[in-house]
Ligand binder design. Structure first.
Ligand code: NAX
Length: 327
């Protein structure tokens, strides 16, 4: 039997948490042989902690063999202690009439505090995945607080956008989902993101050739993927939850699986013309469990360069809005 790993999850009693915990506990994220200690962190609010107790009771009631124990806490220094993975899902939602800058600052405070604590108490091999929005900038903020853990341990989730893009290409072409390959997301997890159809293939052929509808690829396709979150809210009355949890399972699973090539929000280092200090979605290759290298060799045409510039501009603006909070 392997040694259990510690997985910390913030916002564990929220919508995404309610789908996510059961997938992690069943082995979907770290495999069927990997025992787990779940360290569940909620906001210091009585109602949230009470809800978390209920969720943990349901995890107990599933009798998952991999779950060795659970810690329920509203104290980050307890929840992140010795954690091997820190899944930062909890964040403050955007309230009615709230400006983006205010949302960035309010969430910035949460991610500064969590970044500091993770750096101080998490395991030496800790990896951090940020889902709470604005995910790329929150990830940058958390990473800015780290002195011990290197920046490449901090990743932001853009995998939901990749999965959405793959599904749209399969639907449009009428081919099986598994025939669609190499569709990657660049930039921010926001409507400015760029799903680069130019490099995608369907059944081994260029997606653009199979679909043969450039106005759709450059228009409705990019728009549908970019605004899918809003469309889900309009249809369901609340934001994506099960699909977001599923995407986080994919994000972490593929980061732990050498050879996988997938879209991850990482410190750009200047790849694809991004500001070197923003966290931008791009394809990465997992080289060993938890370690990745960027794939920065995809050629970009004029349309792609315009889209990359627009999403980079937004990331740079978000960074400027929180500049006084960064170290
Ligand atoms: P919910 O509002 O249902 O749950 C959030 C939970 O986080 C709540 O239980 C709250 O008490 C908790 N929380 C708040 N502050 C906390 C703190 N400081 N420490 C610990 N817990 C805290 O939101 P949910 O639908 O679960 O979404 C969570 C986040 O994911 C949101 O920021 C949302 O915008 C973001 N999303 C990101 C996606 C992505 O692809 N990157 C897609 C889905 C989702 O919209």
């Amino acid at each position: 039997m392997k040694t259990p790993i510690r997985v910390a999850v913030t916002g564990a009693a929220g919508q995404i948490g309610y789908s996510l915990l059961f997938r992690i506990a069943s082995g979907a994220m770290f495999g069927p042989e990997q025992p787990l200690i779940l360290q569940l962190i909620e906001a210091p609010i009585e109602k949230a902690m009470q809800a978390l107790t209920g969720v943990a009771m349901e995890v107990d009631d599933c009798a998952f063999p991999l779950v060795k124990s659970m810690i329920l806490t509203d104290k980050p220094e307890v929840g992140f202690k010795d954690a091997n993975w820190c899944l930062l899902v909890g964040a403050k939602p955007r309230g009615p009439g709230m400006e983006r800058a205010d949302l960035l600052k309010d969430n910035g405070k949460i991610f500064i505090a969590q970044g500091k604590v993770i750096d101080a108490v998490a395991a030496d091999d800790a990896r951090i995945a940020v889902v709470g929005n604005p995910a790329n900038t929150n990830c940058m903020i958390a990473a800015s607080q780290a002195k011990r853990l290197p920046a490449d341990r901090f990743t932001a989730m853009v995998r939901l956008d990749q999965n959405r893009a793959q599904a749209q290409l399969a639907k449009k072409s009428g081919k099986d989902l598994t025939d669609v390959k190499d569709i990657f997301i660049y930039g921010n997890h926001s409507p400015t993101m760029f799903p680069a159809y130019q490099h995608a293939t369907i059944g081994g052929k260029p997606a653009a050739q199979v679909i043969n509808d450039l106005p759709w690829l450059q228009g409705a396709f990019c728009e549908t993927v970019g605004k899918r979150g809003a469309a889900i809210i309009a249809a369901r009355g609340s934001s994506s939850a099960a699909s977001a949890a599923n995407a986080l399972v994919d994000h972490v699973h593929d980061l732990m699986t050498p050879g996988k090539i997938h879209s991850v929000g990482v410190k750009s280092g200047g790849a694809y013309g991004f500001d070197p200090n923003v966290w931008a979605g791009m394809p990465v290759r997992t080289v060993s469990p938890g370690a990745w290298e960027p794939i920065n060799s995809y050629a970009m045409d004029d349309f792609a360069r315009t889209k990359l510039a627009a999403t980079n501009k937004e990331l740079v603006e978000e960074r400027a809005m929180v500049a006084d909070m960064l170290k």
